[in-house]
Write a protein that binds this ligand. Structure first.
Ligand SMILES: N[C@@H](CCC(=O)N[C@@H](CS)C(=O)NCC(=O)O)C(=O)O
Length: 208
């Protein structure tokens, strides 16, 4: 039995969306990071880096959302090209782009543009510009495409939840029409809607 330790954040939703799309049964443990649940000894035993998401599957404990997505794709044989497929490295490229760029940079944008506005003009400008640059990269790739790879993949599960926070990032999705259309198409999928509401229903997926 799989247990997902998670909270209502983009990194947590990557995994609940993946589990829903893969049709895997799973239990959920809510880790309220606002209440410091991630610092309890029980949670630190699973992830000394004190961050959700963590996935426990029998004796296997996986943290880091990219590693969890790869684990689930390998376990189910779904939503990722196989190692000998020419798209395998394209998948890795976008997954690493998300883990090392889109996620961390947009996370900083949330801090400076939404939670700390007016106090750090240099940081606000830096992360506003960087957020737009990242959306531009994704928009260019999605021109004429329905999905990041040739079909729905763990790249969508990784990247989409961060786009769903476009309001925090002061991004107007109409400036990035290919990302907008991709985002809205995925938002209509029942599995994305279910995964978005884990561990709790905090309202509908933001639309324009
Ligand atoms: N690189 C990690 C990032 C995970 C992460 O930043 N999780 C945040 C919530 S979105 C968290 O648990 N923060 C709590 C803390 O830093 O104490 C991953 O991709 O899984």
């Amino acid at each position: 039995m799989i247990t997902l330790y998670t909270w209502s954040t983009p990194n947590g939703r990557k995994i609940s969306i993946a589990l829903e799309e893969m049709g895997l049964p799973y239990g959920v443990k809510a880790i309220d990071i606002g209440a410091d649940d991630q610092f309890t000894p029980d949670f630190l035993a699973l992830n000394p880096n004190h961050k959700i998401p963590v996935l426990v599957d029998g004796d296997t404990v996986v943290n880091e959302s990219g590693a969890i997505l790869l684990y689930l794709a390998e376990k189910t044989g779904q939503f990722a090209p196989k190692r000998d497929d020419p798209e395998y490295w394209e998948m890795m490229r976008w997954l690493m782009w998300q883990m090392g760029g889109q996620g961390p940079m947009l996370g900083q944008a949330h801090h400076f543009l939404k939670f700390n506005p007016g106090k750090a003009p240099y940081a606000e400008e830096r992360f506003r510009v960087e957020a737009k640059r990242l959306y531009g990269i994704l928009d260019g790739h999605l021109k004429g495409r329905e999905t990041i790879l040739s079909g729905l993949s763990i790249c969508e599960f990784a990247i989409w939840p961060w786009v769903s926070r476009f309001e925090f990032q002061q991004i107007d999705l109409d400036d990035f029409p290919n990302v907008r259309d991709w985002y809205l198409r995925l938002a209509d999928r029942p599995a994305f809607q279910r995964g978005y509401s884990v561990p709790a229903d905090v309202g509908p997926i933001p639309k324009l």
